[in-house]
Design a protein around this ligand. Structure first.
Ligand SMILES: Cc1cc2nc3c(=O)[nH]c(=O)nc-3n(C[C@H](O)[C@H](O)[C@H](O)COP(=O)(O)O)c2cc1C
Length: 370
């Protein structure tokens, strides 16, 4: 699965893997793909340094990258305390009531609650970049907008390619104007923050909108047939996020969540604002149902919602409260039915890709599919 872009980056397969787990990122690169470590949860630069050391030490010298979240709409000049003060009491009560209804225990005294909004703040993303640019990263990706011009320039000075996620051709054009090198066209099916256009429509639209910039297709890809389809639509590679969540290298810290993912079908996700205030695809749970219920208070905008639910999400995860337990994941969860190593996922992708290409070749030659 070689394209101009994979050759430029020196990887065997044009398969890019986004993951929050260092062990998965390194395994993707070792398997011949391009591992991209999600940095949003690293509010402590030393922790990021420790994990990048690990990736660097376990990628067997293969290239890897980093993904940061610099929202186009900035959360600048406000502290967490300012944001806390904007949260209405009625919403806090709704969180308390929903947790109480399911008997979710409190965290222990002094126990930190999960992720914070700070990972979405530009100044925090900049501290992540200060760390990351000391490593031989080959790609810097940004979610939720184009990275600022000085960040693009800094990356280019170090020979680091810059990618940005786009859910529409309009966003993709903005990225091109901002001087980035690669657009990740992420369709409606994808896990995490996502737009309203399905990959089948979005990929060729973005390919045409930003040509000759290379485009990676994201959203709903988990088999070699789908990789072949994406490349046929004009993409120079694929960008996968959900599929790695049930790999043996992933560290979800929750056997119950892994079981839920393995059991879920493609119809068991929902695009909900429950997690961050922006639409993000995730497992549908009684938690997302409560937030999406018109009889409830509804969600707050980003970053308020994220801060409002951070502690609750940590409690649900820690105590594995099954009806409420979820994670961002895309519709491809319906194909994630067994725990496999990253290497096994790659074997499956490459075999499926070859079979799809053979099939199309037979159709093109008139010898018919088998
Ligand atoms: C658990 C999870 C967390 C994600 N977090 C981020 C993130 O922090 N930054 C980002 O650019 N994309 C994030 N994404 C989206 C992925 O980068 C990718 O575009 C998406 O997963 C592709 O679609 P798929 O889920 O169908 O493979 C996340 C996806 C998942 C499943």
């Amino acid at each position: 699965m070689q394209t101009e872009l994979s050759q430029q980056l020196g990887v065997e397969h044009a398969v890019f893997g986004f993951t929050p787990f260092p062990a998965v990122a390194a395994a993707i690169s070792r398997a011949g793909g391009f591992g991209v470590l999600g940095a949003v949860r690293y509010t402590d630069p030393d922790e990021l340094k420790r994990d990048l050391d690990w990736v660097d030490g376990h990628a067997d010298g293969r290239p890897y990258g980093l993904d940061v979240v610099m929202p186009a709409k900035k959360v600048e000049g406000v502290t967490e305390a300012d944001v806390e003060a904007m949260i209405p009491e009625g919403h806090r009560q709704f969180v308390r009531d929903t947790l109480a209804k399911h008997g979710v225990p409190e965290l222990a005294e002094g126990e930190a609650s999960g992720w914070r909004i700070t990972g979405w703040m530009e100044q925090v993303a900049r501290t992540q970049l200060d760390v990351a640019f000391d490593y031989p990263i080959r790609l810097l990706a940004n979610a939720l907008g184009s990275p600022p011009a000085d960040v693009v320039a800094r990356a280019h000075d170090r020979d680091v390619l810059v990618a940005a996620l786009a859910g529409s051709a309009r966003h993709a054009r903005k990225h091109k104007d901002a001087g980035i090198d690669i657009v990740v066209a992420q369709g409606y099916e994808a896990g995490g923050h996502t737009g309203e256009i399905a990959s089948m429509v979005l990929t060729p639209e973005v390919v045409d909108a930003v040509a000759p910039l290379p485009v990676l297709a994201a959203g709903g890809i988990g088999s070699g047939r789908q990789v072949a389809a994406a490349l046929t639509l004009g993409a120079q590679g694929v960008w996968l996020g959900s599929i790695w969540l049930t790999t043996t290298e992933a560290d979800l810290h929750s056997p119950a969540l892994t079981r839920k993912l393995l059991a879920a079908g493609s119809g068991d996700t929902v695009r909900s604002r429950a997690l961050t205030g922006k639409p993000a695809r995730q497992l549908r749970t009684e938690w997302t149902d409560a937030w999406d219920d018109p009889a409830g208070p509804g969600t707050l905008p980003m970053p308020l919602q994220g801060l409002l639910v951070a502690e609750a999400v940590s409690r649900i995860q820690k105590y594995e409260v099954e009806p409420l337990l979820g994670t961002p994941v895309g519709q491809i969860v319906g194909r994630m039915n067994s725990e496999r190593s990253v290497r096994a996922v790659f074997d499956d992708l490459t075999r499926g890709f070859e079979q799809a290409v053979d099939r199309i070749n037979r159709i093109a030659e008139g010898s018919g599919p088998s």
